[in-house]
Ligand binder design. Sequence first.
Ligand code: CP
Ligand code: NVA
Length: 387
Amino acid sequence: IGVARRLKTASRRVLPPAGPTLREAAWKESETNPTKLSAPPQTLRNMSIALLFSKRSTRTRVSAETAAQLLGGQAIFLGKDDVQLGVNESARDTARILSGMCQGIFARVGDHSEIEELAKYAEVPVINALSSLWHPTQVLADLQTLMEEKSLQEEADPAPNPYSIPYSSSSSTENASQTPAPETSEASSEQQQTEAGASEKPSNAAAAQHRVARARRRLRPLTIAYVGDSANVLHDMLVTYPRLGHKLQVASPPDPRYRAPTAVWDKVVELGCDKDIEWTADPREAVKGADVVFTDTWISMGQEAEYEQRVKDFQGYQVTEELCEAAKESWKFMHCLPRKSHEVDDEVFYGPRSLVFREADNRKWTIMALFHLMFGGSSFKALPHGR
Ligand code: CP
Ligand code: NVA
């Protein structure tokens, strides 16, 4: 017991929240000059992240494990047959137990209420790795992929260095969002900051506004089509792209079960996104003028029993060159994967329009950023230390 007590004390010295010094040092290092990082900041040093997955995963799991490793931490994969959750133990108790041993939880669940239950009782940050309603980490990778695609960028893209734009007061943030800042060197950026008298940190709201403005500048206003089932991946698209100035055109079969459920649509309306979304049962209508066409599987994990019914109901919704002839000539194709040939044929999926493998790669970098910010970053400070 004496040895255990000494180990506990020693570990707490390096573990957040008891000993945030190391983490803060790594964080500062990464913030000071983020564009010149020679190696990933070790913001997850001494940390363990629980990957609590009740469903299969290739991309999300491997991204999380490799990202945690690159940030100096470790991810522990806990599949549905590995832990007591759901058989001998409640989500409430599991959340408390994992909070005592790990510094973050990345959870893939069935019903969305399960992630809410985990978040309610966990004492460390919980990130949704996919639920019945949402797949928020997917839309981050999709956005990065769109931004990397030259043909979708603003023609006169000022390619602003995200870190070169000075933060000052909220009014100067508004100005910045209207007038793109030119690419600046680090030195001139510092000068701008001094001139603006903006040495203090931006408020969260100002920083969020800033990020939106930056994302808007990078991409030209796009027409984004989605053809298929209204599932988790689409739901995050509905609450993301309109806020970044893009229009969504969605086609799904007329049966209400293939349309966004009330919980999702209420959020879409609350965020004012509904004005920029057109929903039709006609896939040809949805792809008209589209810059990008997205789809997802017709049979999401957990819907296997509906396989035959769904394949029947979605006839006519397969993404093909012929279906998309009214899209822009240069249209691109995206899909979260895994893919079945029901929803997109090989010609499109493996063809030159397809961005799907870059999209899959970007899962890793966006999940890494999220782990750095949420688990290794300052968000921890806001949480109760309820151990
Ligand atoms: N796109 C995605 O979430 O893939 P996995 O199910 O393989 O993680
Ligand atoms: N809609 C799919 C997404 C897989 C990443 C599913 O939930 O299975």
